[in-house]
Design a binder for this molecule. Structure first.
Ligand SMILES: [Zn+2]
Length: 314
């Protein structure tokens, strides 16, 4: 990279299950003779819905991922959205255990094939992508072990990380053995923390869970921000999603996090449910009063800490 070239623009956090293009979802629902949940229509039109409504809308999209072709389409929706916003890469969270074992709607092999084909096509467009396994926090650490039991025997090379998501109900110290096992298998470790749970979860995830990357972290207090900065822990921040799912956190703490020296970067989270892309997220950050220098810092962090750009072991 030349000295003056801008850093690649990366979508640092997006979910396969929440990324489907609304036009495709409408078409697919028609084809299958299904109705769309009112919550999804409301979110697409920019209305706020209760948390349960967001989950309903998210799960509706997830329910359509029942074939290799549908998974490939979801991956390509991520790639098209990233490319249209000027981005060149994405770290994509996906939940194989939820789709394969919990919902029994697709075979693991078909899921991996759909992801692999989509990633290959995205790469042909000049985009880099990787997959981060998403385990459900509120299903508990036993579920986390089951996720690893499912995937570790034949883990594709495009899987770079392991994360928890869902409701932050199960203490991160209890997840430490799961994280240790995932790390021993060569995976990087992240956690959704300090979003729907208290800010203290962020500190616990880092100090007791051994997590090396935080998703959201928006409820962290100043002492925790100092810890994140000191340890250079990357934090993925998603303004549109935070507005929808953590609307009580106002003003949005992104400027405070950056001022504290936290390595924040922008992500879209569930852009097929709560419509957004990297451009809207950058505009949202600017709307918080961040100047060009701060926006450049977000972009630089986004590239430097991206797992889709990281080669080799963690
Ligand atoms: Zn997320």
């Amino acid at each position: 990279m030349s000295h003056n070239a801008p850093f690649p623009l990366i979508d640092r956090h997006t979910h396969l299950e929440g990324a489907l293009d609304p036009t495709w979802v409408r078409h697919e629902a028609d084809r299958r003779g299904l109705g769309l949940p009112a919550s999804l229509e409301a979110l697409w039109s920019g209305q706020a819905v209760p948390f349960e409504g967001f989950i309903e809308a998210f799960l509706y999209g997830a329910s359509l991922l029942d074939s290799r072709e549908a998974v490939r389409e979801a991956l390509l929706a991520v790639a098209r959205r990233t490319r249209a916003a000027g981005g060149t890469g994405f770290d994509l969270w996906a939940s194989p255990h939820f789709l394969v074992v919990h919902r029994k709607q697709i075979q693991l092999e078909a899921l991996w094939r759909g992801l692999e084909e989509g990633l290959a096509e995205a790469r042909a467009w000049g985009l880099r992508g990787c997959v981060v396994l998403d385990a459900v926090n509120h299903f508990g650490p036993k579920h986390g072990q089951a996720v690893l039991d499912l995937v570790l025997p034949a883990l594709p090379a495009f899987v770079k990380g392991f994360s928890t998501g869902g409701l932050e109900k199960s203490p991160f110290r209890d997840w430490a053995p799961v994280f240790d096992r995932a790390r021993a298998a060569g995976l990087r470790i992240a956690a959704h923390a300090g979003e729907n749970g208290p800010g203290s979860n962020v500190r616990e995830a880092v100090l007791e869970g051994g997590v090396s990357r935080i998703v959201h972290g928006i409820r962290a207090d100043d002492a925790t921000l100092a810890l994140l900065a000191e340890r250079r822990i990357p934090v993925d921040v998603c303004p549109t999603s935070n507005r929808a799912l953590a609307s009580d956190v106002v003003p949005h703490p992104l400027p405070r996090m950056l001022s504290a020296g936290v390595r924040c970067a922008l992500g879209t989270d569930d852009p097929g449910v709560a419509p957004c892309d990297l451009e809207t997220e950058i505009a949202a950050a600017r709307g918080m009063g961040l100047d060009d220098l701060a926006l450049a810092r977000l972009r630089q962090n986004g590239a430097e800490d991206a797992w889709c750009l990281a080669d080799g072991p963690p």
